[in-house]
Design a protein around this ligand. Structure first.
Ligand code: FAD
Length: 452
């Protein structure tokens, strides 16, 4: 270990984004004694949970000049994690007494309840006073060539050309990663006459009434949206590359919803041919194929890159060794319980910046990253899965917690995450309304009573 950056120091830190990651980062940085400015290009806190009817003019969201709509949330969206499990550790996502009737008390609530929770969190800890709303960061770059430790942050307010050019000691990037769509490659697509779109631009089923729709993907979004659309569409077909080539299954409980293997090709006459040999005439193809990490404002001279959706090199998925700890990223891992992980990452980076928590030497960090990459390669895991965690998130959280000197993830939270996953796969229709992990809910509520 390199010596800690003693004495403990406070720094001037820019946080980019006031979503779930940026809010908790701001809170933890200020708690640690840093002075914080949060840049947020929207008018309010909440990030992706700010539902909007608006969609982007380019339905595939590939035009780099398009005006970006940040949210990817659709009208019917309910959380895919139970609220006890999903909330920050330090501010449980409970049904708060004394709040208005418009709140959603369900265990897997609607998107509006998550937004209200994040707004409550911001209010409780007076985070908004640190936020510059309607202020977009256009550029983040080292303040001086070859000098590590100071960052130039250029921002613009209210989409005006007025640029602010400021110097910060550190930058914490919390810009979210559900904005820049990934698309499936489809042989023949350039001459296919139907409509293509990405799930980023899906809001409500009505536009799909009486249409034949193919969704590509096997994510929570593909699952939810296919069912949503099946209520009004003529036919809905879900194509998935991880399904066996001969897959052709009608979804139980539906007369118009089928699961297929991947699309083999599409044709000028509007037809779509699946690997299972089925051919259908299709109106719309919707890519529910996820998103790419994207940091359009970041200039690091090649020290931080996104390569096949690997953001790297990053020590512990948070700090690039070349700029450690003066540049960091909160919220990179996926297939995780995001909010409590953001909280631990934020506590960690706040403590590292103040010098309270030591970092290994740059060489040791690089060595650890190289070992991780080699292990992934030896296991045949593609680069784009570098930040996928799943069950390993708990080991990672444990490490962060031990560095920060806080208690590790509660057993009930781990178990709840795992049992919810099992129920979701077995009962995708009903897992949000029927459950049997009552003992875990009781344990969670017992813990939460400490915060009452
Ligand atoms: P975001 O919420 O995207 O916030 C990023 C913020 O940065 C935004 O406010 C944006 O305006 C701002 N920003 C970006 N660029 C700039 C810039 N250049 N200048 C200034 N501001 C900028 N998680 C769960 O826990 N449970 C769920 O059930 C769940 N369901 C989901 C369903 C969908 C469809 C999606 C897309 C995600 C879901 N998630 C869920 C994951 C969710 O993304 C995370 O929970 C979390 O909200 C991500 O927070 P974030 O702060 O990293 O990003």
């Amino acid at each position: 270990m390199a010596p800690s950056l003693s004495p403990i120091r406070s720094h001037h830190v820019a946080v980019i984004g006031a979503g779930a990651a940026g809010l908790v980062a701001a809170r933890e940085l200020r708690r640690e004694g840093h002075s914080v400015v949060v840049f947020e290009r929207q008018k309010q806190v909440g990030g992706t949970w700010i539902y909007t009817d608006h969609i982007e003019p380019d339905p595939l969201s590939v035009d780099p000049t398009r005006s970006v709509v940040h949210s990817s949330v659709y009208g019917s969206l309910r959380t895919n994690l139970p609220r006890e499990c999903m909330g920050y550790r330090d501010y449980p996502f409970v049904v708060r007494s004394g709040v208005s009737e418009s709140r959603d008390p369900r265990r897997f609530p609607s998107h509006s309840e998550v937004l209200a929770y994040l707004q409550d969190f911001a209010k409780e800890f007076a985070i908004e006073e640190m936020v510059r709303f309607e202020t977009a960061v256009l550029k983040v770059a080292p303040a001086a060539e070859g000098e590590i430790g100071k960052w130039r942050v250029e921002s613009t307010e209210n989409e005006k050309t007025v640029l602010r050019d400021e110097i910060y000691d550190a930058v914490v990037v919390c810009n979210g990663h559900y904005i820049e769509p990934r698309l499936a490659e489809i042989p023949g697509i350039s001459s296919w006459p139907g409509k293509e779109m990405h799930s980023h631009n899906y809001r409500i089923p009505e536009p799909f009434r009486d249409q034949v729709v193919v969704l590509i993907g096997n994510s929570a979004s593909a699952d939810d949206i296919s069912r949503d659309i099946a209520r009004v569409a003529k036919e809905v077909h879900v194509a998935c590359r991880s399904n066996d080539a001969d897959t052709f299954i009608k979804r139980p409980g539906y007369t118009n919803l089928w699961m297929h293997s991947m699309i083999e090709s599409v044709h000028e006459d509007g037809s779509v041919v699946f690997q299972n040999g089925k051919t259908i005439s299709v109106d719309v193809i919707m890519h529910c194929t996820g998103y790419k990490y994207h940091f359009p404002f970041l200039e690091t001279n090649g020290n931080v890159t996104v390569d096949d959706n690997r953001v790297g090199p990053l020590y512990k998925d948070v700090v690039p060794p070349a700029f450690a700890p003066w540049l960091s990223f909160i919220g990179i891992p996926w297939k995780v319980v995001p909010f409590p992980m953001f909280e631990l990452q934020s506590k960690w980076i706040a403590g590292v910046l103040s010098g309270r928590i030591p970092l290994p030497s740059k060489e040791d960090m690089i060595m650890e990253i190289k070992t991780l990459y080699a292990t992934l390669e030896a296991q045949g895991i593609a680069k784009r899965y570098t930040h996928q965690m799943g069950i390993t998130q708990f080991e990672y959280n444990h490490w962060l917690a031990s560095q920060c000197g806080c208690s590790e993830t509660e057993e009930w939270r781990k178990e709840m995450y795992l049992t919810t996953g099992v129920r979701k796969r077995a009962h995708p229709e009903t897992y949000r309304d029927e459950w049997d992990d009552h003992h875990l809910v009781s344990q969670a509520n017992q813990d939460f009573s400490l915060y009452a």
